[in-house]
Ligand binder design. Structure first.
Ligand code: ATP
Ligand code: MG
Length: 568
């Protein structure tokens, strides 16, 4: 162990973030006998989002990097909000990110007996009391950071009375909200968290693990630090809002044991993303009110939503690495995440041809019934993935936007009497169009030049534009779901008023009748990644069937982040 640590501190310190640096220092100093044990402590009251991924990558990642272990601990201290659905989804998402808690799965509810005993001990030592005031009264007495609080009239009630009341609270003799147990610490402390914090409350909803064993439940602040302590956690890494809670956690752990061991809390900045919200309460509201199609709606910042959208764990890790871990809160740009997604999908997505807004192109001088096969590289980034063939025929689908009857000057796509290359095939020249009664173009006519077949001798004649296409007789109809930002403002969490009014009404556009080449459609599995030539990255949706393939647009090809970087 010792040797390994020295090796790390000598060789790898350069690339470490500040949390990792602290861990390495502690290990090198031989703290905790050279042991490293982190934990990820989600409350099972919602699905994980990309912010949680930042915490998971820190907790599990650091353990992995420095030969330690990471626990998964569900902070299940509030039965009113928690559900096994959330527990299952959290486990699935952590595994998807590529991490494993092995046999280290814990629940704060495992510690309810110990925490209860500890509360009893505090009462017996005169360090806790039952307060019968309303939560409003308690809040009013808290004071402000510059003014001391006021003592509760119940603060000095006799120990025996406190014991009796607390035990009866737990038997269910009192109503929810009628009384709480408070730690008797210091109503004038400059740290507000020390002003006699509430440590137990009455909840009568049965707990999903412990049933109706308990009628009192520990507050998060009374469970969290002690849970770390019970598990032997050495580094309790969390987000910055817990900085002022840290002394309270240490106070409770000190009351529990001698000072030979105390989990060390280190705080880093949260991940915040533009054009979305991270609050679990708000995400739950979007789901409950049907403003999105469930937790895994591809517009959601949830891990299951991003997965369904086509984002990969590797892309998310790359993004988290780029934004880094600091001591300062920041708003992270979604364009940077999208940049990571593009870089990753570029390496793994199979190239196929699809036409999302089709119009028919007829090559009038190409023989009817003839089919030629054109070769497409599956991934130019990775030649070992080989090629596939795509049929070329007299009738083809091309994008409606790739034709203009009266084009502006720099339009290098198709227009009357102009030439373009059909990707991988021939140069064609537009000879005319057919319109319907409403004046809309129904068919485009062109002639192909047989001397210009791509890849053959003499085919190197240059034209400015190259269009993608799909052969009409073999095209497969698919559904494509196009997504835009979930919110229409950059930082919806910071705006006044109802956040739901800021939702982007055009965040989902469903396109039917998109044409896909037959090769791509033959064996689709949910989660398969494709690049539709010239259009973007698309991922097969779980709703997809053989009869009706469904794709989510993961992201377009244009990298706005790279453009911004060049400008600056
Ligand atoms: P709640 O308001 O319900 O507490 P939460 O997002 O903090 O919501 P938890 O289940 O308590 O949810 O989060 C588990 C861990 O994930 C915590 O340690 C928390 O610090 C971390 N975490 C939550 N949100 C973010 C975020 N946006 N960026 C980084 N870490 C986060
Ligand atoms: Mg939390």
């Amino acid at each position: 162990m010792e040797e390994k640590i020295t090796e790390i501190s000598n060789e790898n310190t350069g690339g470490l973030n500040f949390v990792e640096q602290e861990i390495v220092n502690d290990l090198a100093a031989g703290k905790n006998g050279g042991r490293l044990n982190t934990r990820f402590p989600p409350e099972p009251n919602g699905y994980l989002h990309i912010g949680h991924a930042k915490a998971i990558i820190m907790d599990f990642g650091a353990a992995e990097k420095f030969g330690g272990t990471c626990n998964l601990r569900f902070d299940d201290t509030n039965p009113q909000k928690e559900d096994t659905e959330y527990v299952d989804s959290i486990m699935r998402d952590i595994k998807w990110l590529g991490y494993d808690w092995e046999n280290r799965l814990y629940y704060a509810s495992d510690y309810f007996p110990k925490l209860y005993d500890f509360a009893i001990r505090l009462i017996k030592e005169g360090k806790a009391y039952v307060d019968e005031q309303t939560s409003e009264q308690i809040a009013q007495q808290k004071g402000t950071p510059t003014e001391p609080g006021t003592n509760s009239p119940y603060r000095d009630r006799p120990i025996e009375e406190n014991l009796d009341l607390f035990e009866r609270m737990n038997k269910g003799e009192f109503e929810e909200g009628s009384m709480v147990l408070r730690a008797k610490i210091d109503m004038a402390n400059s740290n507000m968290h020390f002003r006699d914090p509430i440590i137990y409350r009455i909840i009568k909803t049965p707990h999903w693990r412990t049933g109706d064993t308990w009628k009192v439940y520990p507050m998060y602040d009374f469970a969290h630090g002690q849970s770390d302590f019970f598990e032997g956690v050495t580094h309790s890494i969390c987000t910055l809002e817990f900085v002022p809670h840290r002394p309270l956690y240490e106070y409770f752990v000190n009351e529990l044991a001698d000072d030979s061991y105390c989990p060390r809390q280190i705080e880093f900045n949260r991940l915040n993303l533009t054009y979305t919200v991270m609050s679990k309460r708000k995400l739950l509201q979007l789901v409950k009110e049907g403003l999105v199609n469930g937790w895994d709606d591809p517009r959601m910042p949830t891990l299951c939503g991003l997965r369904r959208r086509g984002y990969t764990p590797e892309a998310i890790k790359d993004f988290v690495n780029r934004i880094g871990y600091t001591k300062y809160e920041a708003l992270n740009h979604i364009e940077l995440l999208e940049h990571s997604v593009r870089e990753d999908l570029n390496k793994r997505a199979t190239r196929v041809s699809a036409v999302v807004n089709p119009v028919k192109l007829i090559l009038t001088n190409y023989p009817e019934g003839k089919t030629e096969m054109v070769e497409i590289e599956n991934n130019p980034e990775n030649p070992s993935e080989g090629k596939h063939e795509m049929p070329f025929t007299r009738e083809l689908w091309i994008e409606r936007e790739d034709f203009m009857e009266n084009p502006p000057k720099k339009f290098f796509r198709l227009s009357p009497d102009k030439e373009v290359r059909l990707k991988g095939a021939y140069i064609i020249k537009c000879t005319g169009v057919k319109k319907n009664d409403k004046g809309e173009i129904e068919e485009i006519y062109a002639e192909y030049d047989p001397e210009t077949r791509s890849g053959l001798p003499g085919s190197d004649r240059k034209v400015k534009g190259t269009l993608h296409w799909v052969s009409v007789p073999t095209a497969v109809d698919i559904e494509v779901r196009d997504y835009d930002r979930l919110f229409s403002v950059e930082n919806p969490g910071a705006e006044e008023g109802d956040f739901r009014d800021l939702l982007n009404p055009d965040s989902l556009v469903v396109r039917e009748g998109v044409k896909l080449e037959p090769w791509g459609a033959h064996n689709l599995k949910p989660g398969d990644h494709f690049q539709f030539t010239r259009l973007g990255y698309y991922t097969v949706d779980p709703d997809s069937t053989k009869e009706k393939p469904v794709f989510n647009k993961t992201i377009g090809l244009k990298d706005t982040w790279a453009k911004e970087m060049k400008k600056s």
